[in-house]
Design a protein around this ligand. Structure first.
Ligand code: GLA
Length: 366
């Protein structure tokens, strides 16, 4: 019997692929829940990537198959008839809909998708898929789309047809980040800058194994709280709130805490950028720790299990700092550790978390 997950393009579609493109997942190092407030973020690409092989079709029919699902048949739809199904193919439909809205000339196509970006671990497998699909289409149909427009198309797919009210960080990271340098992004101007990690440091990422069922709903609530806070403070976005305006104390709880997280987090990203410019791993680690406290106490997007995992990580020797990464209520924890110590630290932290909290962690990096 052949393993369905290894079914190749030719077996699926009876001809070879014409193009193959890929895109990474992302780990956010610092700058959480700031992107939809026009603020600052600093993700980095994962070594794990999503790959798309694709061949143009004569008709307007799209056939697409994913090795992660390994269904018996490809999902099928017609261009201009994209509609939400609640299935993974919506990410592809969202991309073609967003590209058509821009007036880009597409034909139908066959595509095969394969990914080692883990699903549900907070590493943005969805952005990796969107960006890999955009890249494959750009190449197959010779479209004049640059990396920022690629990110915008992925973001439109996600907020539009898929219907998740996210910021643009993940798509910018999948389109522009590399695995060895932090990507500082101003999400208002979309200006960005690559900043290498300090030579004395490397990353560890551990998936907590927890996915919060209500994370989508909580994300919406936080986003709305930020909109309400900005309106009450008379600014276009929380990006524009100064520390002085915050200190004036006109926001009722919990909006005061939500706004404080965003304002202090933006400041921390600015400081983290300076720390990287000086190769200062220790300072960067302190800022990660402070970011986690702020997410836990002010933005309230952590959970007791995640806090325990972060505390275990922060207590280890050779750890500069640790925090939850991504939207919250579960997912992964990122740590900055002394170069050469990553493997040992990762195993130690995972073992402690398993023993102390009965957790089911998975080491994603290294
Ligand atoms: C999710 C969203 C991002 C961002 C983070 C929180 O990953 O997709 O846009 O808002 O949460 O920082």
């Amino acid at each position: 019997m052949t393993d369905v997950a290894t079914t190749g393009f030719e077996v699926l579609f009876g001809r070879p692929p014409e193009v193959a493109r890929d895109a990474p997942g992302r780990v956010n190092l610092i700058g959480e829940h700031t992107d939809y407030n026009d603020g600052l973020v600093m993700p980095i690409a994962t070594p794990q990537r999503t790959r798309v092989e694709l061949a143009a079709a004569r008709s307007d029919v799209v056939r697409v198959w994913s090795a992660s699902i390994a269904a018996a048949r490809p999902a099928t739809y017609r261009l201009s008839e994209e509609r939400r199904t609640g299935e993974w193919v919506d990410y592809v439909q969202g991309v073609t809909a967003a590209m058509r809205t821009r007036g880009l000339a597409l034909h139908g196509f066959d595509a095969r998708i394969e990914s080692d970006v883990p699903l549900g671990a907070g590493l943005s497998s969805s952005a990796a898929l969107e960006i890999a699909v955009v890249r494959a289409l750009v190449e197959a149909f010779a479209l004049p789309i640059d990396a920022i427009e690629t990110a915008r198309i992925g973001h439109d797919a996600e907020t539009g047809l898929v219907g998740a009210p996210v910021g643009i960080m993940d798509q910018m990271a999948a389109s522009l980040a590399a695995p060895d340098a932090a990507l500082f992004i101003d999400t208002r101007s979309l200006e960005f800058e690559q900043l290498p990690l300090p030579s004395a440091a490397e990353l560890v990422v551990i998936d907590s194994g927890i996915t919060h069922r209500h994370a989508g709903g909580e994300y919406r609530v936080r986003r709305q709280e930020c909109v309400d806070s900005a309106r009450r403070l008379g600014v276009p976005a929380l990006r524009d709130v100064t520390a002085a305006a915050l200190a004036a104390g006109t926001l009722p709880p919990p909006l005061d805490r939500r706004a404080r997280h965003v304002v202090t987090e933006n400041a921390r990203v600015g400081e983290a950028r300076e720390a990287l410019q000086h190769g200062d791993a220790r300072r960067f680690g302190e800022l990660m720790n402070a970011s986690h406290r702020s997410m836990r106490d002010d933005f309230e997007v952590s959970t007791p299990e995640i806090d325990a995992l972060v505390a275990i990580a922060q207590a280890q020797p050779h750890v500069f700092g640790a925090r939850m990464t991504g939207g919250g209520f579960g997912g992964s924890v990122v740590m900055l550790v002394a170069r050469g110590a990553a493997r040992d630290v990762a195993q130690l932290v995972a073992a402690r978390y398993r023993a102390e909290r009965n957790g089911a962690p998975a080491i994603l990096i290294p």
